[in-house]
Design a protein around this ligand. Structure first.
Ligand SMILES: Nc1nc2c(ncn2[C@@H]2O[C@H](COP(=O)(O)OP(=O)(O)OP(=O)(O)O)[C@@H](O)[C@H]2O)c(=O)[nH]1
Ligand SMILES: [Mg+2]
Length: 219
């Protein structure tokens, strides 16, 4: 048992060391990095597609995609007009700092303003692993129910930005905006909550502004 704990500690220490190395690489290159997390299907790739279509004229962006299998999301991002690289984790429930470091070979970091990392879809494991990002973005969507912030508090507590997607479906669900906001505030009192729809475009400007502001704050 003691041996297992020692090995686990060593793995965590190595992961933290690599995350610090990533953070330093990102800082030196002057690139703003956001790590996106959510349940499967909340709309991470949809948000990044819309961001690519609407911001590519102003900012040089790229995406690292994390999924258990397939390169479907990376291909969607490329079709939306910006570079992307797919990591397949096999069975892994989150991206690791080592995987992100390896993926950086695909990009010239200095030539980027913004790098998005779409983590593997779930609200548990990705919250535990630092990838050297400057900001953590947690998405939820209306069909999932409004109680996710209190059921998965770690992810929401650590978020620098909470995006609520699929507000076009509000009327078709029993999702309460008021309860959702209260639950988010309960675990993370000051975090911005951006309510939007990737389908209709409503609210997207607030998200694009957040990205622009965060990028500008690096200067
Ligand atoms: N109605 C509606 N559907 C949406 C919206 N955003 C995304 N979708 C749909 O939701 C589904 C899942 O979207 P994705 O963007 O693939 O979700 P994801 O979070 O990237 O999923 P994983 O990568 O599998 O974790 C797709 O069928 C999208 O078209 C929205 O704002 N409204
Ligand atoms: Mg996706």
């Amino acid at each position: 048992m003691a041996k297992r704990i020692r090995i686990a500690r060593r793995v965590v220490a190595e992961s933290d060391r690599l995350a610090a190395e990533l953070a330093e690489r990102f800082r030196e290159a002057g690139v703003f990095v956001a790590n996106l997390m959510s349940s499967p299907g909340s709309g991470k790739t949809s948000l990044l597609e819309e961001t690519a279509r609407r911001l590519a004229a102003d900012l040089r962006m790229a995406v690292i995609e994390g999924d258990l299998a397939t390169d479907r999301d990376a291909r969607r991002i490329k079709r939306a007009g910006i570079p992307s690289c797919q990591i397949n984790t096999g069975g892994g429930c989150h991206l690791s700092a080592r995987q992100v470091l390896d993926a950086l070979q695909e990009f010239q970091l200095e030539a980027l303003d913004v790098l998005f990392i779409e983590n593997v879809g779930n609200l548990v494991c990705p919250a535990e692993f630092d990838l050297g990002e400057r900001r953590r973005v947690v998405l939820a969507s209306t069909p999932e129910g409004d109680d996710k912030p209190i059921k998965y508090p770690v992810a929401f507590h650590k978020a620098h930005c909470v995006v609520l997607n699929k507000i076009d479906l509000l009327a078709a669900t029993d999702f309460s905006l008021e309860d959702f906001r209260r639950y988010v505030r309960g675990v993370n009192p000051a975090v911005p909550i951006l309510e939007l729809s990737c389908r209709t475009g409503e609210g997207l400007e607030g998200w694009l502004d957040w990205v622009r502001r965060e990028r500008a704050a690096l200067e």
